[in-house]
Structures are given as structure tokens and as C-alpha cells.
Design a protein around this ligand. Structure first.
Ligand code: NAD
Length: 290
């Protein structure tokens, strides 16, 4: 990115790409959730001719990976043009200018226009989709309650802006942590928009759990179904394979616990690896053994 040489390590690059990938997958699912995805038809949300897409924290690292996915058509489909309405704080406007130059260099045919601003009411106006990446980061020495208090202010203010200038049909995805709490605050401040239009990102945890199960069972990722993540998007969450099933070599679906047959792993290493990816027990294994 011009003016934004922020990706300093390989692990950071992997984290950002995974976050943006999970986010894109979540959006596709969320946008088509009220439409028939099993009929073989393209979901209606994917064939709208034009969407206004709001992104906050647009000068940040997740945005760096996400914006090209939005512009390429990977999220809204190849028949939908988008206009980006990008928000960040005043000190980040220079970086955001670099992001715009980078996107222009991409010459995405589906990108109709880009607006950048540090004013929530400008950026949220008439947005069809709103993705909230921007928030106050947790800094050394900060307690969770300090983070919640800082972000409570940000999300109250942005929720009020959404209520004032946003579209009643806007679909909203909150990513900035604490994502569940921020989403609740946003929703409380924008009551004109139905509660069902709000969601927050737990997809990353779900993806991580599916990958661990697939690796342990030696199957492809697509062969794992119905893994559950209970609780908040935090270290207190509980990944659960009680309802999960796995497609075996002969094509039959079997309970995941039966295929894995390692209760100690299910209750120990699996839970910790999904809850706290910074402490990976094992980077070995393969999904491709079948
Ligand atoms: N839910 C999940 O699964 C998940 C996954 C990854 C990251 N996250 C969260 O997503 C957020 C973004 O991550 P990142 O790595 O891009 O962080 P980052 O620090 O690189 O970027 C955050 C951006 O938000 C901006 N910002 C700060 N206050 C703002 C405000 N009031 N209005 C608009 N913008 C504001 C900052 O200037 C910065 O550009 C973080 O809160 C992170 O914890 C959540």
C-alpha cells in the first residue's frame, strides 16, 4: 500500500488475510441469508446493480485485505457495482488517501467511486452495507473494561449517525472488538433498522475450528459440517463438535466425535487452539490425506 507499509511480519499477513477472508465469507452468507441459496439461483443480493458500501477503520490492516475483495466482485458478485464510503479518524486521512490511490491502481471495473471522510454522518449516508472495522485498539496495560468504555463512545456516536442518515434496509457487520458488545451498542442507537440486519464476526473462530477438525480427521475442509462456537468472540468461547459430522472415505456422514475418537484432544488441545490461536499446539497435519 502506498504510504502504509504496515505489514511487518508473515504471521501478521496471515492474520489479516484470514480475518478479511472470514469477513468476506460472513458477508456473503449474511447478505443471502433471507434468500434461497439452495435453489441453485444466484441470491438476489448478488445481482443488485449497485451497492453503497460503508467501511470504517478503512486505513487499518483488515481493510487493506478486505477492500480488494469487495472491489473484485468476490463478495457481491460480478454483476454488482459498488461505491465505497470510507471512514477513519482525522490523523489517518493521509493513509486513507494512499488506500484510494492503491484501489485506483487496481482499476476494478466494478468500482464506481470512492469517498473518504472522517465524519460518520457523511460516510454512513444511504449505505446498503456497513462494515465496522474501526475502533480503539487494546494497548499494553489496558483492561478489557477500558477498551469497552472507549469503544462504547465510538459505537454510540456511529449508531446515532446510522439512525440519522442510514438506510432502513442497511445490513450491518461489526468486526471491531469487542465485536458482540460493539454490535449491541450500535443496534441500540439505531432502532429504526431491524435487529435482524445486525451481526458481528464469529466466522473466524468457526473457520479455525473447522480447520482443526479437518486436520485432526485427515479430511478436506468441505467434509466437516455443523461445528458450533458457543459464547462470545473471546477466549471464553467454547468450540463444540457435539453436533458436527464428517464425510468419511466411503462418502457416509458420521458423527465427528466418532471419527476423531480422541476425547482428550476434543476437550483440551482443540478448545485451546480455537480460543487462543497465539498458542498453537500443533502446526502439523494435513487436510489432503483423502
Ligand atoms: N471479530 C473478529 O473476528 C476480528 C478479527 C480480526 C480483527 N478484529 C478487530 O477488527 C478491528 C480492526 O482490526 P485491524 O487489524 O484492521 O486494526 P487497525 O488498528 O489496523 O485498524 C483500525 C483502524 O480503525 C481506525 N479507527 C479508530 N477509531 C476510529 C473511529 N472512531 N472511527 C473510524 N475509524 C477508527 C484506526 O485509525 C485504524 O485505521 C480491531 O478491533 C480488531 O480487534 C476482529
Amino acid at each position: 500500500m502506498k504510504q502504509t507499509p504496515r505489514m511487518s511480519s508473515d504471521s501478521l499477513k496471515i492474520g489479516m488475510a484470514a480475518g478479511a477472508g472470514a469477513l468476506a465469507a460472513s458477508l456473503i452468507y449474511f447478505l443471502s441469508a433471507d434468500e434461497s441459496t439452495t435453489s441453485g439461483k444466484v441470491p438476489k443480493s448478488h445481482v443488485k446493480p449497485h451497492l453503497r458500501v460503508f467501511v470504517s477503520g478503512a486505513a487499518g490492516q483488515i481493510a487493506y485485505s478486505l477492500l480488494p475483495l469487495l472491489c473484485s466482485g468476490a463478495v457481491f458478485g460480478p454483476a454488482t457495482e459498488i461505491s465505497l464510503q470510507l471512514l477513519d479518524i482525522t490523523p489517518s486521512m493521509g493513509i486513507l488517501g494512499g488506500v484510494v490511490l492503491e484501489l485506483e491502481d487496481g482499476a476494478y471495473p466494478l468500482l464506481r467511486g470512492i469517498m473518504i471522510t472522517d465524519k460518520p454522518e457523511e460516510a454512513l449516508k444511504d449505505a446498503d452495507v456497513a462494515i465496522f472495522l474501526g475502533g480503539y485498539p487494546r494497548k499494553p496495560g489496558m483492561e478489557r473494561k477500558d477498551l469497552i468504555s472507549m469503544n462504547c463512545q465510538i459505537f454510540s456516536e456511529q449508531g446515532k449517525a446510522l439512525e440519522k442518515v442510514g438506510s432502513k434496509t442497511c445490513k450491518i457487520l461489526v468486526v471491531a472488538n469487542p465485536a458482540n458488545t460493539n454490535c449491541l451498542i450500535l443496534r441500540a442507537n439505531a432502532p429504526k433498522i431491524p435487529a435482524s440486519n445486525f451481526t458481528c464476526l464469529t466466522r473466524l473462530d468457526f473457520n479455525r475450528a473447522v480447520a482443526q477438525v479437518a486436520k485432526k480427521a485427515g479430511v478436506k475442509l468441505g467434509d466437516v459440517q455443523n461445528v458450533t462456537i458457543w459464547g462470545n468472540h473471546s477466549a471464553t468461547q467454547f468450540p463444540d463438535i457435539g453436533t458436527a459430522s464428517i464425510r468419511t472415505r466411503n462418502g457416509a456422514m458420521k458423527p465427528a466425535a466418532q471419527v476423531i475418537a480422541d476425547d482428550e484432544w476434543v476437550k483440551g488441545e482443540f478448545v485451546v487452539t480455537v480460543q487462543q490461536p497465539a498458542k498453537p499446539y500443533s502446526m502439523q497435519g494435513s487436510y489432503l490425506q483423502q
